[in-house]
Design a protein around this ligand. Sequence first.
Ligand code: 13P
Length: 247
Amino acid sequence: MRTKLAAGNWKMNGLKADLAEVETLVANHPAPLCDVLLCPPATLISAMAQIAGASLDVGAQDCHMKGSGAHTGDISAAMIADAGGSHAIVGHSERRADHHESDVLVRAKAEAAIEGGLIAVVCVGETEAQRDAGETLTIIGNQLKGSLPDHATAANCVVAYEPVWAIGTGRTPMLEQIAEVHDFMRNALVKRFGAEGDGMRLLYGGSVKPSNATEIFAVSNVDGALVGGASLKAADFGAIIAALDAA
Ligand code: 13P
């Protein structure tokens, strides 16, 4: 059985004052059945990890491929772990677009995260133009092939399917479309990694909110969600955690 995972990505949002939301979340959901992860901006990892205690895990939104050195503005896996982080998102579509990150780079970052003892949350997803052109499964297959390290396991890797056109737009794919991609990803992972691929958690991301979480969590091979906007507020993210616990 795969332990379900509710993951939040705060993106470039959150100041110290917003940690009050995490205090509320922990108070209201001290011992969820599912795993819970929040990835704040790097500036808040340490403070959030102290609030999180054993109730939730804290992670970073990116991780440099090298351990240290002359890389202004970047942070390494060791730094994330040192701050109290246990996960690193890599290959988010915003970084693939804004920072021109390729599958090769994403894979190197995932390798660095894993070697540093972190769990890599590797993101994939098609653009709207790619979906309209009927290329979705080809794109997802190529991104999985290119972005996942060969030594990825169920314990050190999570995959998040985030259709680019569903992120921050309030639009979500039809449930059949989510199922199609998640079933496809599961098959591809089992083919490549065997039992480890069967154990890897597959998250859906893109406009997940309390009102659609239950139906999305009922979809085949959806083991949780990677939530953006709705992870910023304890009430919304708490409702998503509750929906996942009930799934
Ligand atoms: P939204 O939930 O705001 O659409 O963001 C999804 C996302 O990109 C999470 O990584």
